[in-house]
Design a protein around this ligand. Structure first.
Ligand SMILES: Nc1ncnc2c1ncn2[C@@H]1O[C@H](COP(=O)(O)OP(=O)(O)OP(=O)(O)O)[C@@H](O)[C@H]1O
Ligand SMILES: [Mg+2]
Length: 345
């Protein structure tokens, strides 16, 4: 699917804008001009909520009571999607009919890459797990359902563990159920990480934060062996909710500890670029939204990123501070003080 047209009214900085898009699109302009807000509007039309906030009403232009965004999408179908924003509610309409967020999800696959993901390398393990979940949920619906079930069982297990020794039987029953779901999650994550790993960027997976083998017997043993300790502590000490991974450069040194900022950005792009390759093997390509990947990269690397972006077989949107980054095959938009205009070189 592709978005051909966007209208934003009282959305973030924008009072009233209308934009027609091409296959490859670039937004350039100074800080706080509204570049990321455009990506956010496209994302909300595809995914039903923002990537920046859980409170939709925050996106209504300050001083206004309501706003809306509307997008026209083409592909397998024609879709006219409108998200109306009110201080305490939001309404989604697909082709003029009211719709739920769940019925919207999946209609227009979308993938967002943000500078915050830089912290994926050196931030807390949760950021790396969030990244794995984000990618795998988009690639595999069964992953998402297994992951949701895992979280539910984990909550039940922790509730039982908090009751102490009396709960041992219940914990063992839950553990049996956790086993199958955990193995699915581990195996999916292992496969993804081994696909992403190469000589330049070796990825070491640590299921449950350890270097263990993902096999029924070893996992069963570990789960079983920890029950007493878990009861003492009152919460689960083993499972995909504790997963982590490390990215190593040649020689085995961790990028987490030994990478310059530009290098870190480059590694993140390498990871994303491989993920894009995974999506490209599928029939339904997502719309790619790439926020600020180019700053801090030297000329050679920035060019390589641009070249790869223009070769992607899907619609691409990216933002940059520097208009020199925008190549000829991108439709360029200048964003300034909440105004957007097409830019002719
Ligand atoms: N609801 C709102 N109403 C009006 N302005 C808002 C609202 N929410 C955010 N803003 C402002 O809109 C501006 C644009 O934000 P945005 O993140 O889109 O900028 P940007 O061009 O991506 O900047 P940067 O280059 O720094 O990433 C910011 O100054 C922000 O404070
Ligand atoms: Mg921005």
């Amino acid at each position: 699917m592709r978005i051909r047209f966007l209208e934003a009214n009282n959305f973030r900085r924008f009072k009233d804008v209308e934009i027609s898009f091409g296959e490859k699109n670039a937004f350039f302009g100074p800080n706080a001009s509204g570049k990321t807000s455009i990506l956010e509007a496209i994302y909300m039309l595809c995914w039903g909520k923002s990537f920046r906030t859980l409170r939709d009403s925050e996106t209504i232009r300050w001083g206004e009571n309501s706003g809306y965004i509307r997008g026209e999408f083409e592909g397998e179908d024609f879709l006219n999607i409108r998200v109306s924003l009110l201080p305490s509610s939001k309404r989604i309409q697909i082709n003029g009919k009211n719709a739920t967020r769940m019925s919207l999800i999946g209609k227009i696959p979308v993938f967002f890459l943000s500078p915050e993901e830089l912290s994926m390398l050196d931030g807390p393990p949760k950021m790396r797990r969030d990244f794995l979940n984000k990618v795998l949920s988009q690639l595999d619906k069964d992953y998402l359902s297994n992951y949701r079930l895992y979280l539910k069982l984990l909550r039940e297990k922790n509730a039982a563990l908090s009751k102490g020794g009396r709960a041992i039987r219940v914990v063992e029953i839950i553990n049996e159920r956790l086993l199958k779901v955990s193995l699915y999650i581990w195996e999916s994550r292992r496969k993804l990480l081994s696909y992403l790993s190469d000589d330049e960027m070796k990825i070491v997976y640590k299921p449950s934060g350890m270097r263990i083998e993902i096999a029924l017997d070893s996992v069963k043993k570990a789960l079983h062996g920890l029950v007493d300790k878990e009861i003492k502590r009152g919460y689960a000490l083993f499972g995909p909710h504790l997963d982590d991974f490390d990215v190593l450069r040649e020689g085995g040194f961790s990028y987490r500890r030994f990478a310059s900022r530009g290098e870190r950005k480059w590694v993140i792009w390498r990871i994303f670029s491989k993920i894009i390759g995974l999506f490209e093997k599928r029939e339904r390509l997502p719309i790619f939204l790439v926020d600020e990947i180019l700053s801090e990269l030297d000329g050679v690397k920035a060019n390589a990123v641009m070249e790869e972006m223009s070769a992607i077989r899907a619609q691409v949107f990216f933002t940059t501070l520097n208009k020199e980054h925008v190549r000829g095959d991108f439709r360029a938009f200048e964003v300034k003080d909440g105004e957007i205009r097409g830019y002719n070189r």
